[in-house]
Ligand binder design. Structure first.
Ligand code: 5AD
Ligand code: SF4
Length: 483
């Protein structure tokens, strides 16, 4: 399972000021989930020692990497369209005598491997998500005229071999950082490619994660979102010969001074364990927001999806979460038109949504993914039925999101100002419930958590003003006021 929050379309860190005389420019275009955003940053970290500086403009780049997503058909097709556009750029650049190297990374690269070289002659190298630490060598081989493909799952741990970003680069990426703690998935939902493209579950060891988190915080990071395809299945080596759990990892991370906010995504309902509820109950640093996909509301469909839980079990988890943290905001993923889904099954999904009341959610039409069990099911749902169901579901989810945002108006809540806004003099940030918040604020407040009084709710964001009474809180998450 993978969260599909909007992502930056390219990495655009502050320039690294290494004294390289012959610096090269790198542009990475990121598709898909936050795990790809994290990977793109780590790829640029891997290439920085070779003199690569990131650029936000592909036409000024010497090396372009597409970090791809394979989760739904449309995601993969977008990659091939982009490669078509890059072919034109590459040809123009060749005429100017400034060659452009093009690599494809991520899950499409992993799934297609060698085939990608045949289908897209513009591609110079292909690298799967487990081999990013080998990027410098792959780029060199591409420069030597080879077209290397690296989609094996290497024996070595890539995280041991990927360099940590230097402080300045980390700072340039803002005060809210991602940290991948596990990769892969053993759940095998019948619609999903992830177990095939990302492989079996691997959990990074506790000590490695604590060290990476401390380095992020030392560089000014205030909020860390722990990432994993199945993040709450994390069971890393605890350093004493045993394995830990996500709940315990959150307790350990909460001890780090200067780290004010913790989030994690994406979770599977089957892996919600006791100590995770305890973390939500006991740790103010764990934000009151959880993305907990259910996919469907009908037990018959859930079974056919191999989700390994019923709707009732999901409701019980939601009740326990709300007991642990009454103001918790919920998010989810939904698939409509899974093979065999009837009108009655779809009504169960609508009913589940009404009962849970989501703050925000993602919903998709079922998309046949080659190699997955559901793709060859004979009862595929016609496209027009999927379209109609998706529209009805999205209308309901949007109504709930609007109501959730509207309830924030008039409240004062702590906002981590993590980026500049669109207008001059504006900053933007996130509420504890992950709502985007825009406000006028002096630039030096970027990176801080400040109290903001919410004045208006829009379709996908809130706007407000710095709260007058408390002034600026530059340490700690302020307790209180729920949306
Ligand atoms: N078709 C449609 N949606 C899918 N997802 C995963 N695979 C498919 C598919 N084949 C959705 C699920 C998952 C999210 C990341 O993408 O809802 O949670
Ligand atoms: Fe999530 Fe299921 Fe896909 Fe695993 S197989 S990543 S649990 S949707």
């Amino acid at each position: 399972m993978r969260a599909h929050a909007p992502v930056r379309s390219s990495t655009s860190q502050l320039p690294d000021n290494r004294q390289e005389t012959q610096s090269q420019r790198l542009f990475i275009k990121t598709y898909g989930c936050q795990m790809n955003v994290y990977d793109s940053d780590r790829m640029s970290d891997a290439l920085a020692p070779k003199g690569y500086e990131t650029t936000a403009a592909p036409d000024t780049a010497d090396l372009v990497i597409l970090n791809t997503c394979h989760i739904r058909e449309k995601a993969a097709e977008k990659v091939y369209s982009e490669l078509g556009r890059l072919r034109v750029l590459k040809e123009a650049r060749l005429k100017e005598g400034r060659p452009l190297t093009i690599g494809v990374a991520g899950c499409v690269a992993q799934a297609e491997g060698e085939e990608m070289l045949a289908r897209a002659p513009v591609v110079d190298f292909v690298v799967g998500p487990q081999a990013y630490h080998r990027l410098p060598q792959l780029v060199e081989r591409a420069h030597d005229g080879e077209r290397p493909v690296e989609t094996e799952f290497p024996a070595e741990d890539k995280f041991e071999h990927l360099p940590q970003a230097d402080r300045k680069i980390t700072l340039g990426r803002g005060p809210a950082a991602f940290l991948t703690i596990q990769e892969g998935c053993d759940k095998f939902c019948t619609f999903c490619v992830v177990p095939y493209t990302r492989g079996a579950e691997v959990s990074r060891p506790l000590t490695q994660l604590l060290a990476e988190a401390r380095a992020l915080v030392d560089a000014g990071v205030r909020e860390i979102t722990l990432l994993g395809q199945n993040v709450n299945a994390w069971h890393g080596d605890d350093g004493t010969g045993g394995t830990s759990s996500l709940g315990r990892l959150l307790f350990a991370l909460a001890e780090i001074d200067g780290l004010e906010r913790l989030r994690y995504t994406t979770s599977h309902p089957r892996d919600m364990h006791e100590d995770l509820f305890a973390a939500h109950r006991d740790l103010d640093k764990v934000m009151p927001y959880l993305h907990l996909p259910v996919q469907a509301g009908s037990d018959r469909v859930l079974k056919a999806m191999n989700r390994q839980h019923t709707a009732q079990e999901y409701f019980e988890l939601i009740d326990r979460l709300r007991e642990a943290r009454p103001d918790i905001a919920l998010s989810g993923d939904f698939i409509v038109g899974f093979p065999g889904e009837t009108d009655a099954d779809f009504d169960d999904t609508m009913e589940l949504v009404r009962r849970v009341e989501y703050a925000q959610a993602y919903s998709f039409k079922y998309s046949q993914r080659p190699g997955t069990p559901a793709a060859t099911h004979d009862e595929q749902v016609p496209e027009d039925v999927k379209t109609e169901r998706l529209a009805r579901l999205q209308a309901l989810l949007n109504e709930q999101a609007r109501a959730f945002n509207a309830a924030a108006v008039g409240r004062t809540m702590p906002v981590l100002l993590d980026r500049v806004g669109k207008r001059e003099g504006q900053l933007a940030g996130r509420s504890p419930y992950l709502q985007a918040v825009h406000l006028d604020a002096p630039a030096h407040l970027r990176g801080q958590i400040v109290p903001v009084t919410i004045e208006a709710a829009h379709a996908n964001s809130l706007s407000g003003r710095l709260a007058e009474t408390t002034g600026v809180a530059d340490t700690g998450e302020m307790k209180g006021d729920a949306a």
